[in-house]
Design a binder for this molecule. Structure first.
Ligand code: ATP
Ligand code: MG
Length: 362
């Protein structure tokens, strides 16, 4: 079976380090293994409009920002197809047919959608499009026959929903759609990176992000303002690691080679953590280290972005070409889907013959 990756992001802002550790870093690694037959990276503008209908300009402006962040991280248009969701009308058609396979109560149980509805204060005024976005996500994934979807933990319910739709479709209409596998980060800290305020998830909508394109001074300011252990007041006090954002970020970003480079008095992260727990290690020292780590990780991304920023028309051209290629693939899937559902009337010679026979007999 072919190996196909699909994943994407909503163009609701620039991408942040949560996206990076949750999905982007993995995508680039997988891309560079050369193991995949096809890789589709989607800018989900139609999904972004489901909760930004009155602000299309925000979505429009952020398409290029997300594309620049992709290229900056090392997604390579020669190896990965970068596309814009709204340019693939077949996705709407697939969603429309999948809607018949999902109940309202099943959608209401989706924990991520529940949290997002609360966060956006939608309560009684949930846009139908937003409520049904897990179905449209199933269309995105199945349209490209994706086998692997590298995403953060918040996407688990979406992948479950997609698998249910695949099973339901295949059992009603015959084996047609491919079941995708979710690929979660292997490190707990990366599953759902908290915001710099220590809140559950770093998210564009919560304003608690360190962006991939951020300048060094800004990164430093954010690191030094980060939430740690509020009971760790004096250096000698023992410190807690649970809920301590600075250590969570070190879990997500630290590589062994950063110790000899920036903090040679410790061998590794475990030693640093032990010292913190025992007491005698101040927050400032840990934050200085984290700042060095983040600066080292983000510098190459920022400078690659600046290169691409010099040729914006070329970036749009990459998206145009990618969307064109993606549309061909989605059109093939849609053809298969319509044939399986037997709504391909004009290609269905059997049907035409049968109906003719019915009236010749009369
Ligand atoms: P929005 O607030 O508009 O929903 P977002 O910041 O949640 O934006 P998305 O575009 O919804 O970002 O998510 C894109 C991808 O990044 C998904 O795979 C998601 O799981 C992952 N992701 C987003 N935030 C985090 C995070 N804090 N930690 C790990 N992964 C994340
Ligand atoms: Mg989100």
């Amino acid at each position: 079976m072919k190996k196909i990756m699909l994943t994407g992001d909503r163009p609701t802002g620039k991408l942040h380090v949560g996206h990076y550790v949750g999905s982007l870093r993995r995508r680039v690694e997988l891309q560079n293994t050369g193991d995949f037959d096809d890789i589709f990276i989607m800018i989900a503008d139609a999904q972004a409009l489901t909760d930004n209908a009155d602000n299309p300009e925000k979505v429009r402006q952020n398409i290029i920002e997300v594309a620049l962040d992709y290229l900056a991280c090392g997604l390579d248009p020669e190896k990965s197809t970068l596309l814009i969701q709204s340019q693939i009308p077949e996705l709407c058609e697939l969603s429309f047919y999948y809607m018949n396979l999902v109940t309202v109560s099943r959608l209401q149980r989706n924990p991520t959608v529940k949290t997002e509805i609360k966060m956006r204060n939608f309560e009684a005024s949930i846009p139908v499009g937003f409520f049904t976005y897990p179905i449209s996500q199933a269309a995105d994934i199945t349209a490209f026959k994706a086998t692997v979807v590298p995403v953060g933990e918040d996407q688990m319910p979406m992948l479950e929903q997609t698998k249910e739709i695949v099973h339901k479709f295949n059992s009603v209409y015959g084996e047609t759609l491919v079941e995708p596998q979710i690929l979660l980060p292997d490190n707990e800290a990366c599953m759902r990176l908290p915001g710099i305020d220590g809140k559950a998830k770093m998210s564009k909508s919560l304003g608690n992000c360190i962006y991939l394109s951020e300048e060094p001074e800004e990164i430093k300011k954010k690191v030094f303002s980060m939430f740690t252990d509020p009971t760790h007041i004096r250096i000698e006090d023992p410190g807690k690691l649970e809920g301590n954002t600075v250590f969570t970020y070190l879990d997500a970003f630290c590589r062994p080679e950063y110790f000899p480079e920036f903090l040679p008095e410790y061998n590794d992260l475990d030693e640093l953590k032990d010292h913190y727990k025992r007491g005698g290690l101040g927050d400032m020292k840990v934050k200085r280290f984290l700042n060095n780590v983040l600066q080292a990780e983000l510098e190459p991304i920022r400078s690659r972005r600046k290169e691409w920023q010099k040729d914006i028309p070329a970036v749009y051209e990459i998206l145009r070409k990618g969307s064109e290629k993606a549309e061909k693939v989605a059109a093939e899937t849609l053809r298969d889907v319509k044939a399986a559902m037997k709504i391909n009337y004009f290609d269905d010679e059997e049907l035409i013959k049968m109906q003719s026979a019915k009236y010749t007999e009369e």
